[in-house]
Write a protein that binds this ligand. Structure first.
Ligand SMILES: *Cc1c(COP(=O)(O)O)cnc(C)c1O
Length: 453
């Protein structure tokens, strides 16, 4: 019988994260201070981030030690399994060998604790008492609440009001871990109070919630802000996924021809693919595919430019593929894939042709998710299901061409708290949505006028 689960022992867990900046043929330009439009200095970031994370953000050192205290918490669910998808292969009748790295075994149900844990650790070590953050659908808020709890930090989560009201279960998870979760816009910040005065019925948005969380951190000395994707240090922490996966593939004497992940801000995709991209940069012939929704086609239809990380324009500008910071995503069910930009590292790799991008509509994505659930048993998160859709398309091409390629993808989370989305799919209420080009052009016209090299 061929192996189904490929496991590592705890003592085989990687002891260092991989920093791809050391190997990139072109490095992205620096973030810019939004007031001066000059490269942001570490002092610009220190009111809201700890020094150790700012150092990681700008580091070009290839390997960075994972602190012992972080490894101890990782050990609660890491190393995560790699599965060979024998049954999915059979259902598709493909000669391709399909593997997936399963990050849904973390307590929060996704890859996000991989960065929440070190972020809480470094903040605690530098004397911070509380972290503030935003959350949309609630995945990130859950992960940070979990991590703060382990390191004895308080945690305030600004949750987009419409999700706060419509997704009560994530809110309960956040509270179970002892964090404080408030609907945004809230009355805790000047931004929140201003918006509530102007628009008492505002449903909130991720942009507003970010502005509130940043304001909270900037106005309290004992409080820092924490971000769950996009930034270099976040992607760095996630590389433990790909480093483990490499060791697991080696155990069965295999190596992927194609590596696939879904992209919201880019962290789970980067986490799995960067260690393999190191080999690609050094000459290995592999394809790496980033998958996004047609409703939020950042890489496939956005442009490369300096843009703000939030709607209000408070954050530093970053060079990235963007749909414009004023982009308003359609209400698709993959909440984690609705960000207007993509991480600067992922954007640069795309620009340099080291990775490819594909976009799919949500109906085909849920169809793929159900085929996966029926064959492998795991109900995937709607976000992860974008990767599954791309895997199925590649496996079908292998079938047509009679090629036995090895495909590895990141199953970034399970969908057990997204069953409402599955309900909508079964009720035939899901529609594909292609973000209209006119709207993209209008949003792009509002980009800050700064040249990118
Ligand atoms: C948040 C999330 C994503 C998208 O975020 P990235 O930073 O692009 O990884 C994908 N999958 C799951 C399960 C998520 O929770």
């Amino acid at each position: 019988m061929e192996q189904t689960k490929i496991l590592l022992e705890e003592k085989e867990m990687p002891r260092k994260w991989y920093n791809i900046v050391a190997d990139m043929p072109t490095r992205p330009g620096p973030p810019l201070n939004p007031k001066t439009m000059k490269p942001a200095a570490p002092e610009d970031l220190s009111p809201i981030f700890p020094i150790s994370l700012i150092e990681q953000e700008v580091s070009d050192q290839r390997w960075i030690d994972i602190p012992e205290e972080v490894l101890e918490v990782y050990a609660l669910w890491r190393p995560t399994p790699v599965f060979r998808a024998h049954r999915l292969e059979k259902a598709l009748g493909t000669p391709a060998r399909i593997y997936y790295k399963y990050e849904g075994v973390s307590p929060a149900g996704s890859h996000k604790p991989n960065t929440a844990v070190p972020q809480a650790y470094y903040n605690k070590k530098e004397g911070i008492k509380r972290l503030s953050t935003e959350t949309g659908a609630g995945q990130w808020g859950t992960a940070l609440a979990l991590a703060c709890n382990f390191f004895g930090l308080e945690c305030t989560v600004y949750m987009v009001k419409v999700s706060f009201e419509q997704k009560p279960y994530r809110k309960s998870m956040i509270r179970a871990y002892g964090a404080d979760v408030v609907a945004s816009p809230s009355d805790r910040t000047m931004t929140g109070r201003r918006i509530r005065a102007e628009a008492p019925d505002s449903p909130g948005s991720l942009g507003i919630a970010i502005s509130e969380a940043v304001e909270d951190a900037a106005s309290h000395d004992d409080t820092n802000y924490s971000l769950g994707s996009v930034l270099n240090h976040v992607l760095l922490h996630q590389t433990i996924i790909g480093l483990e996966a490499k060791a697991q593939m080696a155990k069965v004497n295999d190596y992927p021809d194609i590596v696939i992940g879904c992209v919201g801000g880019g962290s789970n995709f980067a986490g799995l693919s960067f260690p393999f991209l190191q080999d690609k940069i050094n000459g290995k012939d592999i394809r790496v595919i980033a998958v996004e929704p047609t409703a939020c086609p950042t890489l496939t239809k956005g442009i490369y430019a300096y843009d703000y990380g939030d709607t209000a324009g408070f954050t530093p500008l970053m060079p990235m593929y963007t749909l414009g910071h004023s982009f308003v995503p359609a209400g698709i069910h993959a909440g984690g894939l609705r960000y207007h930009g993509a991480s600067p590292l992922v954007s640069q790799l795309y620009r340099d042709g080291l990775i490819e991008a594909q976009a799919y509509g949500q109906v085909g994505v849920f169809e793929a998710a159900c085929l996966f659930a029926k064959s492998e048993g795991i109900i995937p998160a709607p976000e992860s299901s974008h990767a599954i859709k791309a895997v199925i398309e590649e496996a079908r091409r292998c079938k047509e061409a009679g090629e036995a390629k090895t495909i590895l993808f990141n199953l970034s989370g399970h969908g057990l708290l997204d069953l409402g989305a599955y309900d909508s799919y079964f009720a035939g209420k899901l529609e594909d949505y292609e973000h209209p080009s006119e709207l993209i052009e209008r949003a792009l016209a509002e980009l800050p006028k700064v040249a990118v090299s």
